[in-house]
Design a binder for this molecule. Sequence first.
Ligand SMILES: *Cc1c(COP(=O)(O)O)cnc(C)c1O
Length: 448
Amino acid sequence: MLQPDRETRAEWTKTVTAFVDEFVEGLEAAPASTPGPAVMPPSPAETPGELADLLAQFGEAARQAVETAGPRFLAYFPTGGLYSSALAELLAQVTNRYTGVASTAPALVALEHSVIRWFCTEFGLPEGSGGVFTTGASLATLSAVHTAREHHGVAREGVVYVTAHTHHCVAKAARITGFPPERVRVVPGLRMDVGQARAMIAADRRAGLKPFLVVGTAGATSTGIVDPLDDIAALAEAEDLWFHVDGAYGGAFQLTARGREALRGVDRADSIAWDPHKSLFLPYGTGVLLVRDEARLRAAHVADGDYLQDFDHGTGVPNYSDLGPELTREFRGLRVWLPLHLHGVAAFRAALDEKLDLAAEVRTALDGIDGLEVLPSELSVVVFRCADDETSERLLTAINDSRRFFLSSTRLDGRYALRLCVLSHRTHREHVTEFVELVRRLSAAPAR
Ligand SMILES: *Cc1c(COP(=O)(O)O)cnc(C)c1O
């Protein structure tokens, strides 16, 4: 019963394909958000169900959500979820090859690793660099912090340097790897003030602590702002610290000329975490960790067991289980490999360039609206606010209540700010034009 015959498979596939087509075609017109309660469905029955019924149930649950796949989702970090990537996922899961160790599917691991190698080249990392696909930047960061700690042989006396704009995944990783919150130092600056960082490092050394890791952000979550990576790299070299770059959002802009300019110095990083499930438009669940020296990543994660003795270790490609905390993993690489080859790299560069252009246009347009103040931001993030926090909050509510767009907010210098990010591959000029018009209308007559 668990193995459907050919006819049943064809019928199921047809049903699912029809659903998928309708979903994708409907995205342009779909509301930006549809509120709904978390209704708990019944437990699974002993008897078989009908796929059509289950799909209807799934569809209704999926509908009552923020439309994160649609062109008008501008909150947090939009990511459309490339169709080609979803197809790759089907292929990966149907073939269900084991890629935790290389010898069970060496050519597939090589295929996945060819993408990692290409990323390393794009980021200017040297021979000997490498990395691993993770479920997201948080897990990539955890492995990076752990590797830095092992490489520098520090325990609780180790100190990590971040800014107030560094993503919380760094503090989380520090906590998981055994550093209490007071070992994570917040260096001042909207962009890290490297002089202050140097002074803080010196003070910590005098206090008997062991500075070992400095984190630069390539595209801060609230503002998209990039830290002075080149200066941080020089500091890390002078002070013998591990230099980690969090490019979860901004990393992929390295594929564009403007991004490479903004990220200058990223090639000097010891590790770089970034999220293809953000700025490479892939579905959720795809992050990547790149390291300058793959041997260090391996040294920090490798483990063995008697039950693994049959595996051949001479394949010439990595055993991914040696490079991260996972043993069994899905064949994560195909969902990146297939879109890159199918669409061609130029399509990704062009899409990212388009997002930079559109964000710049939105910045200029919002700046021209009475009563709005556009705050510093970079890459494809735009931050703005009204005269006071209450009006800003009301504007965000009015925008989201229109259900044409979905935005999020943040706080800068203690004040409320609206924030948007142009990043979905489905978001184009007509959408941002409509957005600006909506904001213009709502700011002229603020909702009560
Ligand atoms: C999103 C984000 C993260 C966390 O990444 P996940 O993929 O959600 O785990 C880390 N850093 C920055 C700058 C981010 O924007």
